[in-house]
Design a protein around this ligand. Structure first.
Ligand code: DQQ
Length: 565
């Protein structure tokens, strides 16, 4: 397999070797963070899935422990798939996960720590009264998985599970008085036609005001609720914000901004199977996502322009032998988790905002700054003096003439399609301007992250953020999509901010303070290590100013097998 060392990440979570996928059961217990994740201990492709286990005191440096949950019982002999952790009121953690029996029937099991005095919770046991939830006849037993963190309200524990009926996505809710005996709530908690399977549902409260998080069981006047699902077919995730009635167990999503199936994307790039947890020590909600190499039906539409040869995950059958089709899907198989993000409700109440956890800043090393650099049409400036292949960049762009924004035509279609049609090199009015990351000095390879500002018929401005991998690598047989998302932010003060974490094969960007996030996985051949450069650029006809740019070399995080934390 073509797993290249230069593409290993320096500070994104990645095991020393082999395949990883979904983050599972993240939690904090007695001051130690636990991250479990879907892992193949035997190879660099999906298969033999166990719950690998790592612990950390700062969400940055990790110690790898032995797998916590692996196939050993009739109720999980064919796989220990995704799930979540719940901290019970007396402080004990419980894991809910999906097990597959010998016939590949999917069911929900629980596991508890074998030794509560071990601060690392290395060993987990699966009590004999498993499975807790077996699929009833009217449930699709091959699409019944990924139990969420349970919450307690109205005298019951509740969890949601992803499923489908034919092509209709379904989130089921189950209720229990004692965490042992679970019954399905009659009405589906959420269901949408023509979506395909819902995976990894996550349901949690967010405070109406401020950036703090709140316990998963919180209800009341000061909170709204968020439901997120991962769509198996597109490999994208969507969320809605809505109102949850804990007595009737009904969730009613707001009719708000829509990118698809009535929801918004958490991240517009390589990001899947995400999961949040409440960090009780620091009072924040933290989001983990899997930075996969995904593909989507949506991206099929860009194929014509991009000439990218793509294959969908659909073509891979979980139960078949790994075949050529899969290997060509999994181009580099250097999957990792995104940087954990603190997440809160935007002050307008219509979307979530995320931002890399503050602790990641402890890896910042050498710093360089640019101030008030004007960039006229076609100009760029190099950010010298940092390790551009492994860096953290924060920049504020300023512009004065909003009248230069081009007219927006609604027929252009979704954001990613506009990013594919209007590349970083296609001159515009206001924009494209942004960062050229992982660039060779001659711009033969580069991954631009940039804004474009348009004006709609109603005189409102439309802001687009793109992260375009199409020129990221000379290697041919790669999935190199142009990703894009609209940014819902007021620009009347003439400024837009961007933060990008660059990590060898990851370009993880946060537009306008984390309102629109895009993660790109890229595999440059030449723009690696010291050959990678970083530039700020403007290809719009209107001049812009790099008001302030701060960039730091990023040190490696410690992700050792041994060691202490
Ligand atoms: N990955 C797990 C499933 C989940 C899927 C299997 C999402 O539990 O639905 O590895 O990536």
């Amino acid at each position: 397999l073509n797993v290249k060392k230069v593409h290993r990440t320096g500070f994104h979570f990645q095991p020393p070797k082999h395949w990883i996928n979904d983050p599972n059961g993240p939690m904090v217990y007695k001051g130690i963070y636990h991250l479990f994740y879907q892992y193949n201990p035997k190879g660099a492709v999906w298969g033999n899935i166990v719950w690998a286990h790592s612990v950390s005191r700062d969400l940055v440096n990790w110690k790898t422990l032995e797998p916590a949950i692996y196939p050993s019982k009739p109720f999980d002999i064919r796989g220990c798939w995704s799930g979540s952790a719940t901290i019970l009121p007396d402080g004990r953690p419980v894991i809910l996960y999906t097990g597959l029996d010998k016939d590949a029937v999917q069911m929900q099991n629980y596991a508890i720590p074998s030794d509560m005095n071990d601060p690392y919770l290395r060993r987990w046991s699966k009590p004999d009264d498993n499975p807790l939830i077996y699929p009833s006849k009217d449930v699709n037993a091959s699409a019944f998985r990924d139990p969420s963190t349970a919450w307690f309200s109205g005298g019951h524990w509740k969890t949601v599970i992803g499923s489908r009926h034919h092509h209709r996505g379904i989130v089921y809710m189950y209720r229990s008085k004692d965490f042992k005996h679970w019954n399905r709530v009659k009405h589906p908690f959420h269901t949408v036609p023509n979506t395909g399977n819902f995976e990894c549902p996550d349901f949690f409260p967010v405070l109406k005001a401020g950036q703090n998080g709140i316990d998963t069981s919180a209800v009341g006047e000061n909170v709204r609720h968020v439901l997120k699902v991962s769509l198996d077919e597109t490999r994208y995730e969507y969320y809605t914000i809505g109102t949850y009635n804990p007595d009737k167990d009904k969730y009613v999503p707001d009719g708000s901004l829509e990118d698809g199936w009535g929801g918004l994307r958490l991240d517009y790039g390589n990001f899947y199977a995400s999961k949040t947890f409440y960090d009780s020590g620091k009072g924040r909600r933290i989001l983990w996502g899997w930075a996969n190499e995904s593909d989507s039906q949506a991206n099929d539409t860009t194929k014509g322009w991009a000439g990218v040869q793509v294959r969908t995950w659909k073509s891979y059958d979980f139960f078949s032998q790994v075949d050529d089709a899969f290997l060509s899907y999994c181009r580099r198989c250097t999957f990792c988790q995104t940087i954990p993000r603190t997440m809160w409700l935007d002050s307008g109440g219509k979307q979530l905002v995320h931002w890399p956890v503050q602790e990641i800043e402890t890896l910042r090393g050498n710093k360089v700054e640019l101030q008030n650099v004007e960039l006229k049409r076609g100009e760029h400036v190099e950010v010298k003096g940092i390790t551009a292949a492994q860096a953290d960049v924060e920049v504020v762009f300023a512009f004065s003439d909003l009248s230069r924004a081009e007219h927006f035509d609604p027929r252009w279609g979704p954001a990613h399609r506009i990013c594919a049609q209007k590349s970083a090199n296609s001159p515009g009015g206001l924009g494209p301007f942004g960062l050229m990351t992982l660039a060779t000095v001659d711009f033969h390879e580069y991954t631009p992250v940039f804004f474009r500002i348009f004006k709609a018929d109603n005189n409102k401005h439309i802001i687009l953020l793109c992260s375009d991998a199409r020129n990221s690598s000379h290697a041919g047989d790669l999935y190199k999509p142009a990703f894009g998302g609209f940014v819902n932010v007021d620009i009347s003060h003439g400024k837009l901010s961007l933060r990008t974490l660059i990590d060898n094969s990851v370009v993880e960007s946060f537009g306008a303070g984390g309102r629109t996030c895009i993660t790109s996985r890229v595999y440059p051949e030449k723009a690696t290590y010291d050959n990678a450069r970083l530039f700020a650029f403007n290809h719009g006809s209107s001049p812009i100013t790099v008001e302030k740019l701060s960039a730091w070399s990023m040190k490696n995080a410690d992700r050792n097998i041994g060691g202490t934390i």
